[in-house]
Design a protein around this ligand. Structure first.
Ligand SMILES: NC(=O)c1ccc[n+]([C@@H]2O[C@H](COP(=O)([O-])OP(=O)(O)OC[C@H]3O[C@@H](n4cnc5c(N)ncnc54)[C@H](OP(=O)(O)O)[C@@H]3O)[C@@H](O)[C@H]2O)c1
Length: 298
């Protein structure tokens, strides 16, 4: 009987896991057709690629970042690719009034909102923590507080549309990473805020999904400039990353891991072998960066 239990229980677990995953809905591009979407940090990098995928799927897109000339180019390309509509608002996410203004623009020009994609990231340094508290405060405002301000402003529209919030985070927001202390802190803050908010939505029967995206090393210009020489890892392609983010968002997943092998799998060690995981993280680096190492900002 004992032996039978030892075999039957894991087998039952496997059958249930297979049923659970195979019964899940598959992604179809039509899911995002006609949807009204804000993408922040869309002048370049992953955000730019998200905008292009949305355009191909026929969404209404509102993009934002600081550099107006780049935003104009992205909007033009989105229209060529088939966006239902594309527009931009330029400004800095250091200013919470600007973060709220972007949401008001969506209300005025799109008449509502189905998806809020929070992706922008402020410049930081790559090296040992230099003790600059003011830099940590500024980065928290850009990478965290503006996400909170936009979510708060967008919530009435998202409740009405039963829409989605997508938060672009990082492995550095799930496990301690050296050389990016201020950046990691802002990404951990996102997990705390949005995972708690998800719980409250569930208690209050608010049908707004929150997808937290845990990304590994991606081949955007900024990340490659900052880390390619020091990381023993080949960066994953940004356009594929952008598509995976949209799939996870459309399917209303709670968390998305890209690439799975370099993010989700190592994180399985976090609770049972935290020191081993820390060691594996450190071993990804080729050189120890010295304090003040002149590297391009992360
Ligand atoms: N690339 C990676 O390896 C990697 C890994 C893990 C997680 N991620 C996450 O993925 C997201 C996108 O990263 P990425 O590599 O695509 O970054 P990126 O290429 O540097 O793009 C960052 C975007 O944010 C905008 N931005 C910067 N400062 C801003 C400010 N003060 N106010 C408003 N917008 C601002 C930039 O445009 P302007 O300069 O024109 O304002 C740009 O559009 C980030 O949340 C990042 O943490 C990336």
């Amino acid at each position: 009987m004992g032996r039978l239990q030892k075999i039957l229980i894991p087998l039952l677990g496997l059958v249930l896991a297979f049923w659970f995953y195979s019964a899940r809905e598959n992604f179809k591009p039509e899911m995002l057709q006609g949807k009204r979407v804000i993408v922040t940090g869309a002048s370049t990098g992953i955000g730019e690629q998200i905008a292009y995928h949305l355009a191909r799927m026929g969404s209404h897109i509102l993009i934002t970042a600081r550099t107006e000339a780049k935003l104009q180019k992205v909007v033009r390309r989105c229209l060529e690719l088939g966006a239902a509509s594309a527009r931009y608002v330029s400004g800095t996410m250091e200013d919470m009034a600007f973060a709220q203004h972007v949401v008001s623009e969506a209300q005025a020009s799109l008449g509502g909102l189905d998806m809020l994609i929070l992706n922008h990231v402020g410049a930081s340094y790559f090296g040992f923590f230099d003790g600059d508290v003011e830099h940590v405060r500024k980065l928290l405002e850009i990478n965290f507080l503006s996400y909170v301000a936009m979510t708060t402003a967008a919530l009435p529209m998202l409740k009405e549309s039963e829409g989605s919030i997508v938060v672009v985070s990082s492995m550095a927001g799930k496990v301690g990473f050296p050389f990016t202390v201020p950046y990691s802190a802002t990404k951990f803050a996102l997990d705390g805020f949005f995972s708690s908010l998800r719980q409250e939505f569930s208690i209050q029967n608010i049908n707004v999904s929150i997808t937290l995206c845990i990304l590994g090393f991606i081949d955007t210009d900024r990340a490659v400039r900052a880390a390619a020489e020091v990381l023993r890892e080949v960066p994953a392609p940004r356009d594929e990353c952008a598509l995976e983010i949209l799939k996870g968002a459309a399917l209303r997943r709670r968390e998305l891991y890209y690439r799975y092998s370099s993010t989700r799998l190592p994180l399985l060690l976090r609770d049972c072998a935290a020191e081993l995981l820390d060691y594996l993280v450190r071993s990804r680096y080729r050189l120890p960066a010295a304090p003040g190492t002149p590297r391009p900002p992360l």
